[in-house]
Unconditional design. Sequence first.
Length: 450
Amino acid sequence: MTHGLQELLKAVLASPYTLPVIYGVVIVAVLPLVAGYVVLVERKVMADMQARLGPMRVGPHGLLQPIADAVKLLLKEDIIPEKADVWIFWLAPLVSVTAGMLALAPVGIGPAFQIARDINVGILFVAGISSLGIFGIVLGGWASNSHYSLMGALRSAAQLVSYETAAGMALVSGLLLGGSLQIRALVEEQAKQGVWFVALAPVAFFIYLVASIAETNRAPFDLPEAESELVAGYMTEYSGFRWSLYFLAEYANMMVVGSVATTIFLGGWLRPFAGVGGAAGTALDCLPGALLLGVAGYCLYRAPKQPVAVQKLVMVAVAGLCAALAAALLAPVFVAQALWMKPGIHGAFWFLLKVGGYIYLFMWLRFTLPRYRFDQLMRLGWYFLIPVSIVNVMGIGIALVLHWERGMHLALALGLTTLMTLAVAGVLVRAELKREEQLRQGAAGDAYAG
């Protein structure tokens, strides 16, 4: 019997579908928890910027607040408007959250963790599937039978159409440098060239950053859910668990755009200075474990100062978890038998750290910049980002031709074309400032203005 179970286990593990299914289950099971703690980090960052503490009641330093929020949402009353289209009202949040999770399938969280490993159009798949999330927003706004919800849905559709083009052109810039649509090939090309594409195409990275903020409806571009105008936008009539699905879809989309930006522009799962070896390379390989050991030490330092015994135990448990992860990260560096683990776990660490930094930038901008007006949002997309992105793609194409056909150094050619793109951007900014000045002068001369 035992021999039969062993043979069955070997057959299951040998199947090409086993690991992808396990990875998919992990994403579906872990993503809601990760989203909850990203919300906690966001609230803590906002509190720190506003010189206050943020969530502190549930668990030590509020560490269990996401669990309390999840329980609260599950227990809240599920309200459906009387004249709503019930079936569409039920299905709309599922469309958004499914698109957000499915878009993570080709993303490589390290060289080992990837569901759709062999798909050769990975970036195209991510862009196409993530764009389907707009259907959940539009259907939810329309099915709610509410003017606020419908206005939020229409705004979201217009916003996505406006910024999807700029984001796509920015991705094309990175794909031209990588020469492939496959996730693994893009990362390997950055390792081969010894430089991340953000250094070769900084304008494309900036355009994608701005467009990804607009695509995910994040402040200062959160016009589809502007509570000062639309109560809560397309989610106005949703409550409880279905509202949390929209919330989960928003944060899943943040992770998707962060993963795409990391893969194309930030070296994917490569560590900084991936080509450096020797003592310096060993020191860089020890850095992840050292960081986690520092977090574990801080948790142990804070544990005795907690007022309740349960909170002390939670802090000790977090310290133990960080220490275990640190041991797993340091083992491949010093133990030869564990060397096979190094690409997978170190790659996952660096990938998740870069995605976390990208999401932190989202938070920073949210708490720094005021919300745009809708006309400003449209002008930024159509009159600035799209023209600049087109010029940038043309410039990168010219730089590659000069490199391949004329033998010019790639960095020099890209530098010259980047200056050309920045000159065009400067002309567009100057024209916009001149237009605003003319509008102000016209308003000043209008006796009925103001």
